[in-house]
Design a protein around this ligand. Sequence first.
Ligand code: Q9C
Ligand code: ZN
Length: 651
Amino acid sequence: MGTALVYHEDMTATRLLWDDPECEIECPERLTAALDGLRQRGLQQRCLCLTACEASEEELGMVHSPEYVALVRRTQTLDKEELQALSKQFDAVYFHPNTFHCARLAVGAALQLVDAVLTGAVHNGLALVRPPGHHSQKEAANGFCVFNNVAIAAKHAKQKYGLQRILIVDWDIHHGQGIQYIFDDDPSVLYFSWHRYEHGRFWPFLQESDAHAVGQGQGQGFTVNLPWNQFDPELVLVSAGFDSAIGDPEGRMRATPECFAHLTQLMQVLAGGRICAVLEGGYHLESLAQSVCMMVQTLLGDPTPPLLGLMVPCQSALESIQSVQTAQAPHWTSLQQNVAPVLGPSTRFPEGRSLPLLAENPTYEAAEAALSPLQGELCLRPTPPICTAVALAVPGAALALPPGVLLQEESALREETEAWARLHKSLFQDESLVALGKILCLLGGILDGQVRNGIAVTAALATAATVEVIIQRCLSHGAQRLLCVALGQLDRPLDLADDGRVLWLNIRGKEAAVESMFHISTPLPQTTGGFLSCILGLVLPLAYGFQPDVVLMALGPAHGLQNAQAALLASVLRGPAGGRILAVVEEESILQLARTLAQVLLGEAPPSLGPFLMASPEEIRALRLLKAQLEPRWKLLQAAAPPPGSCSPIA
Ligand code: Q9C
Ligand code: ZN
């Protein structure tokens, strides 16, 4: 089980035959650059490489009319002048004698990827295709797109595999209006798109790209901008455009390649990790190649590199999120319990404001200049030789570990272990001292970059003392910032300085409390909705905002977490610190828990949280209270997801 890469070199055989500055960016080199990047970084070799076959006309017919398919088929025999004349009938489109062949291969590649994932041959995958698809419509080519690859893939997944809920995440910089039209009244396909809009002044200049478009008829509420609303998809299709990436001449935005690793990782907690990504836009060759590598690396289960930069959402992004919530609220009860603050009218821009962004964006050139020094450095971060290691207090538990996990047998030097034990005046004896020695050795491996992540099983009653030692060891080893997410009865070590190096987040107890901006307590929610809100609306923004270099997730006595909840938490915490996470669990709770955590740390999707329950009013009140107090320091909380409510839109 791994990651599929679907491709056919014939898809480089279509190109622009005349002068057209708008279309020339959609060139064959896009595919070769992406593929070379994957090859150079050794990523292609780790994938299951599949050769694309042409889709049949019947398959094209799931979305397109026979007349339109016939029209595209006829382009095979047209001369240059005829091709140019036909292209002019559409917006931002060019035809080539090979277009029909390439476009059928592109659809075929998307279908093969869905087959590979849904038959269980692979976990996930990427189809590297041209032409792209998301703008194409039943009877029209549009925006370089000829056939709608992803839409046909969704129909195929429904028809051939009987799927009932498919999520399409479209992160191309342009709105995929083609996909939106095709599934407008279909509640089984949730289309989520984020795109540059500029109040209608960014291509394709459509009113229906705005937040108020929520779908029609039965499909109302299934054209959405928030993936986290308990649709609970069985499959995730990604319209993976990379034209929002830094340096892109078309999108002129500044997403770094790392952003795509994190986007991919966030998608991986959905649908049991069944992700099929299909290339859409992306026109800066080097930026495209790097972004594709980031995505494939994450699909393969590698840790995500840390996100750099200021962790502050911009006002205009907050406004967009706010209007989506307002527009969707009638269709999703989850969005009616919004904990996000409502923006006052004074902060809203008038509809017809002038647009500094579409004119020459002064930061764009700077961004492009910044790209070149980034290049070599990016993927050079060495991947630690060992993925996940487990230090066990009880040797018998090793039987429950999944394959691929290294059992930590080695210990730190006895003198060193004893020195740490003494320093913390704690009663480490015999068994617990042996366990501590192994844990110190495992931690050393993580800090030195030999091991990506790990699980430390402490002897009974030794968790709190072990956590103290781990914190001190991290700080003395030069960790700048350590995030501790502590569950159950674990107190913040008393002698720990509140100097911003450790962010202590305790999830337990009855009261939400902000002792300081770096010492926060919140109750463990008892509902699925409350738990998701806590993880996605509080822990995740705090973790990304803090930018830790190590994450410690400690499950102390009476932590009360179900295995699936622990798995989701660990899975989310893999993101912020480049995957450097150490999970500490107490002996009594191990076996199945350690196994589940190990699977997630290896890169597998967390299991389902089970039946959905709305967040309770008290849970929402606690979260609101914390957000209000923490927002001045932790700005990402402003953009946090609202607490999810019911499983389905209101009928
Ligand atoms: N001056 C994709 O990314 N260009 N298609 C509009 C207006 C058309 C983009 C430029 C962009 C089409 C798949
Ligand atoms: Zn695009």
